[in-house]
Write a new protein. Sequence first.
Length: 149
Amino acid sequence: MCGLFGYCYYGAGNFDGRTLGKKLGEASVERGYHATGISYNRNNKLYIKKAPISAYDFDFNNLDNVNVMMGHTRYTTQGTEKDNFNNHPFRGKAGDTRFALAHNGVIYNDCKLQLKHSLPDTNIKTDSYVAVQLLEKFGGLTNEKLKKI
């Protein structure tokens, strides 16, 4: 069904995130081999990199000295991985907060949620993207805002 992986490094000095990210991604391949994606923060800027390839072939080189990374290996169930916009992580903005979202599982009521909350149609054809749309609609990443979803 998909794999989630990541790290938070709290130590001082340089950190080899590239090697750790690659090892974690490759360990997650058994959960999904159709696409790989990562998100990370560098100098207060959110970066997302994804490709319709296995983590074995994915380029993790941009993770040098990155202290926080989230990754996703995708097993395609909806929306072809060849359209890279269907692959995780997804970029979003809730209020003034930019975020990346990766999901493992199935949101069975994504169409109902889209109708209930009048969410716009997009070219992204995965059930997970409705979570991004809901976070953006309710405008924040606080417990109170999340309870409304």
